[in-house]
Each structure stands twice: as structure tokens, then as C-alpha cells.
Design a protein around this ligand. Structure first.
Ligand code: ATR
Length: 480
């Protein structure tokens, strides 16, 4: 079940949020601590204002609540609200037997016993959950993983607590995957918001439409992307849309990871068949791979890991994604030489890809030694980025691989003042914004342009094939 948290000042506003998200949610949680004082007194009417089950909650400040209020008053408001037809009431696990509990039991309202920890995962979390659920209540723990190893602990909840009715939520950015894969934690429900305003929140729309999180079952194959940061990644949209379109029972999840080792433990535990790798782990994963393709070996970085019998295999689809959009121009001889701006990880793969097809390359970089290193490995020339203008009129292809011009610094151009003749093909691998300052200037001069999103889509489609064995469905918009 997907539960929309309602943190609104009035019941009417809360009702509007329910209506707006109605098709994505199964129930909602009315947070009395966000309601205006006058509205709190009328909260008992809320269940009859909406057409789905409602959880009644008045969070204390120490548990992340919004209103400073005496415990006596808080309980009195909760007690009064219970006159309404709520389906569940949230009572903190340290609240001793109370009149709220008695009233809820009398009325057949299910009790959710809750425990919050904004700093860590408390010791003994499984025995705590077990005790909280003892009286036939639903145990809820909202805790904060501080590493991916902590996340792994939460995912063990299902195995450790089979048959216990529970809600398990990992808060913060590490916890995002627990909210999406809630069913694989054995969690009865997951909490969603209307909009994503704080780190770790996910909108109801995203959970229901993009991830189809409520459709996950024990046979659903888990795929994903590891990175740090990772939440901005466009890959989940591309892969999930592809999976849904071909009826492939799989889900693709962003995993914020602090070290690769703990993620491989997760991947083994859930028998993952593959995952994508982004910055800064493209080199770190290499030592866990039993087999790599020629590209990975040559480039020294891997963006796709797939399961093959007995081991993990590394593939590099960045290389293919980059080259595919300009392949015809290389094969026809229109591109014979290239200027590659930048000498980071992305440049390494791109320079190798171009050299692999016989294109002559000059690397320009701010730090000359980094350009020299890549040039030496790939038999090409290198120069300082300050000399960019001297190459005007003598190159067929210009590839921009630095982070200069990336959102939010959209007005920057790493080769400001470069004179385009109009015959160059200019390719910027930045995809946000689509039209970078560099591309804009090249476009004005009449150059042929290639966008970062082309590379992203092509590498993603090849990855999809490696994951599923099927082509990416042609009729699907990968969302970029
Ligand atoms: P990636 O793996 O995405 O390629 P990276 O390895 O951090 O990222 O490389 C970033 C590239 O952008 C480098 O070429 C870097 O130049 P330096 O090697 O001199 O650091 C380049 N870059 C970043 N900021 C830059 C700036 N303000 N001006 C020029 N180049 C810049």
C-alpha cells in the first residue's frame, strides 16, 4: 500500500491533496501536528471527507513532530479525534497503556506502534519490532541508515521477522531504496509525499507510476544504479519504462552507496541480475568482477555489471552510447580528427572510443598532466585548454567532456572565444541543460550538434539489452 502523508494546516487542504493524488495512493496519514489548532478539534470528521482509509497521527516534537504541545493536550486531541472513523491510529511505543489505546481497541481501530530514530538504526531493531507487534498491533520503525551496510540490515527485516505485521522505513537519502522496495522489506506500506521537498522523500506519483512499487512481489527482479550522489539519475525512468512496456517483472532503483563492497553483498542477497554504476564507483567495481569486456579492460572503467554463471561481469556501455550517434560520420570519413575537451573519467572512455575507430585525437585540458596521461595511453596529442583557439578551422569533431556549463552554471563555456567555422560537428556530453552555452554558440555558426542526452539514451538502451536480453522497445519514450 502507498500511504500519502498529509502535513497540511487545514482539513480542506488535506482533502485536496488526497484528491490530487487519489489514483496513486491506497491510504493516507492525517498528521494532526501540522493542523491549525482549530482544525485539530475537528479532525474526527476527516475520514468521512475522503474515500480511503486514514491513519490518525499526532507526532511529538522529539519524533519529528511539528507542534510543541503538552503531552496531556496532545493525548486529549487524539482521544477526541478517535470519535471519527479512522482505520489506524499511531501510538508511540513508549506510551504506556492509555485511554487512547483503550478507545481504539474498543472501536476496532488498528494500532500502529511507532518508533523513530533520526540518527541511526537502534541496536536490536528486530527484537524491538517483535515486541512492538506483540499485542496484535502493527509495528512501525522509521529509522536512519547512515551507510549502505545499515540499509542492508533493514532489508533483512523480512527474513528475520516473517509473519510479523510491520512498517519499516529508512529515512534520509540512504533510505530511499527502502521506500521504493518496501514490499521486499516485508513492510505493509510505504509513505509518499505530494511533492519531494526534503531529501529522502518520494512523491506518490513517482512510486506508483514510475516505479510501480506496489506491484513488486517476491519474483520481481531488482535492478538499479549505484552512485554517490545518485538521486538525480535519469536511468530509473528509462529502465522502468522499458520494463513495464515489455511486461518484464523487474524494478530499477537508485541506490546511494558509500562503498561498493556492501552493495555487492546486497546484490548477492537479492540475486540481482545486473546494475548500473555511476560516479564515483566506475573504477571501484573492477576488483569485484570475474570477467570484463575488452572495452572495460582498455578504458579501465565499468558502468554496467551483469550476473553471469558464478560471477559478475563488467561492460562499458558509455563507450557505445557516445560513439553510436556519430558512427555514420566516422564510417563515411567525415570525422577524421577530433578535439576532446577535458581529461577526466568520461574523457578517457571517449578518447579510447574515437581511437578505436581510427580518429586522430588531441586532448585539451586545464591540468596538462591529466591530458598527457590519457594521450600516452591512446597514442594521441594533448595541449592546454588555453590554446583551444589555435585549433580553429582544423578539426572535424569537438567533444566537450568537462563539467563546465553543467546546471546550474549554464552560462559557462570551457572554450570561450573559439571560432567555429560551421563545418564542425560539436558534441557536448552534458545533458542538463540540453543546449549548453558551447552548443548554442556552435549552433549559431551552423555546426552540426550532438547532445548529451543522445549518449545517455544509447548507453541506457544497450544496458537494457544486457539486463533483459531484449531490445529497448522502440515506441517507448525513455524520458530524457
Ligand atoms: P568525469 O569523470 O565526469 O569526467 P572528472 O574526472 O572530475 O569528471 O573530470 C572533470 C573534467 O572537467 C577534468 O578534465 C577537469 O579539468 P582538470 O583535470 O584540470 O581538473 C575539467 N574541469 C572541471 N572544472 C573545470 C573548469 N572550471 N575549467 C576547466 N576544466 C574544468
Amino acid at each position: 500500500m502507498i500511504c500519502l502523508t498529509l502535513a497540511e494546516p487545514t482539513l480542506e487542504r488535506a482533502k485536496e491533496k488526497v484528491q490530487k493524488n487519489r489514483e496513486y495512493i491506497d491510504l493516507c496519514e492525517l498528521r494532526l501536528d501540522y493542523l491549525d489548532e482549530k482544525e485539530q478539534k475537528m479532525a474526527s470528521h476527516f475520514p468521512s471527507m475522503v474515500d480511503l482509509p486514514v491513519i490518525l497521527t499526532f507526532r511529538r516534537v522529539q519524533d519529528g513532530g511539528h507542534t510543541q504541545i503538552s503531552e496531556k493536550s496532545r493525548r486529549a486531541i487524539l482521544f477526541q479525534a478517535l470519535d471519527g472513523d479512522f482505520s489506524y491510529v499511531d501510538i508511540e511505543e513508549d506510551v504506556k497503556k492509555s485511554e487512547i489505546e483503550d478507545k481504539a481497541r474498543e472501536k476496532g481501530i488498528r494500532i500502529i506502534r511507532s518508533l523513530h530514530d533520526f540518527e541511526k538504526i537502534p541496536d536490536d531493531i528486530f527484537s524491538k519490532i517483535f515486541h512492538m507487534a506483540e499485542k496484535g498491533d502493527i509495528a512501525k520503525v522509521a529509522v536512519t541508515p547512515r551507510s549502505f551496510l545499515d540499509v542492508l540490515t533493514l532489508f533483512r527485516a523480512e527474513e528475520e521477522l516473517k509473519g510479523v505485521e510491520k512498517i519499516v522505513i529508512g529515512m534520509g537519502e540512504y533510505g530511499v531504496c527502502t521506500r521504493i522496495l518496501y514490499k521486499r522489506l516485508g513492510s505493509l506500506l510505504t509513505f509518499a509525499s505530494d511533492e519531494e521537498v526534503a531529501p529522502g522523500q518520494i512523491s506518490a506519483h513517482k512510486l506508483k507510476v514510475e516505479y510501480m512499487a506496489d506491484q513488486v512481489n517476491e519474483r520481481t527482479a531488482i535492478y538499479g544504479i549505484i552512485g554517490n550522489p545518485v538521486m538525480h539519475s535519469a536511468s530509473p525512468l528509462l529502465h522502468n519504462r522499458g520494463f513495464h512496456a515489455i511486461n518484464f517483472n523487474a524494478i530499477y532503483v537508485p541506490f546511494l552507496v558509500d562503498n561498493v563492497r556492501s552493495f555487492f553483498m546486497f546484490a548477492e542477497y537479492f540475486k540481482m541480475r545486473g546494475f548500473s554504476v555511476t560516479v564515483p564507483f566506475k573504477v571501484d567495481v573492477l576488483s569485484y568482477l570475474g570477467n570484463v569486456t575488452r572495452e572495460v579492460k582498455q578504458i579501465g572503467s565499468c558502468n554496467t555489471v551483469v550476473r553471469v554463471p558464478g560471477m559478475w561481469k563488467g561492460i562499458n556501455t558509455d563507450y557505445y552510447g557516445f560513439i553510436k550517434p556519430i558512427m555514420n560520420d566516422i564510417e563515411s570519413g567525415r570525422i577524421k580528427n577530433a578535439l576532446v575537451i577535458g581529461a577526466g573519467g568520461a574523457s578517457q572512455a571517449i578518447v579510447w572510443a574515437l581511437r578505436n575507430y581510427g580518429v586522430k585525437v588531441t586532448i585539451l585540458n586545464r591540468t596538462l598532466s591529466r591530458a598527457e596521461n590519457i594521450a600516452r595511453l591512446n597514442l594521441c596529442d594533448y595541449d592546454s585548454i588555453e590554446n583551444a583557439s589555435s585549433y580553429s578551422g582544423s578539426v572535424d569533431l569537438i567533444v566537450q567532456t568537462t563539467s563546465v556549463g553543467l546546471y546550474p552554471d549554464v552560462n559557462q563555456n570551457p572554450i570561450e572565444g573559439f571560432k567555429f567555422t560551421g563545418s564542425e560537428i560539436v558534441y557536448d556530453i552534458i545533458y542538463k541543460p540540453r543546449m549548453t552555452k558551447l552548443l548554442e554558440e556552435a549552433g549559431k555558426a551552423g555546426c552540426t550538434l550532438h547532445f548529451g542526452s543522445e549518449m545517455l539514451i544509447e548507453q541506457g538502451k544497450l544496458q537494457f539489452e544486457a539486463f533483459t536480453g531484449y531490445h529497448y522497445p522502440r515506441w517507448v519514450d525513455p524520458g530524457l
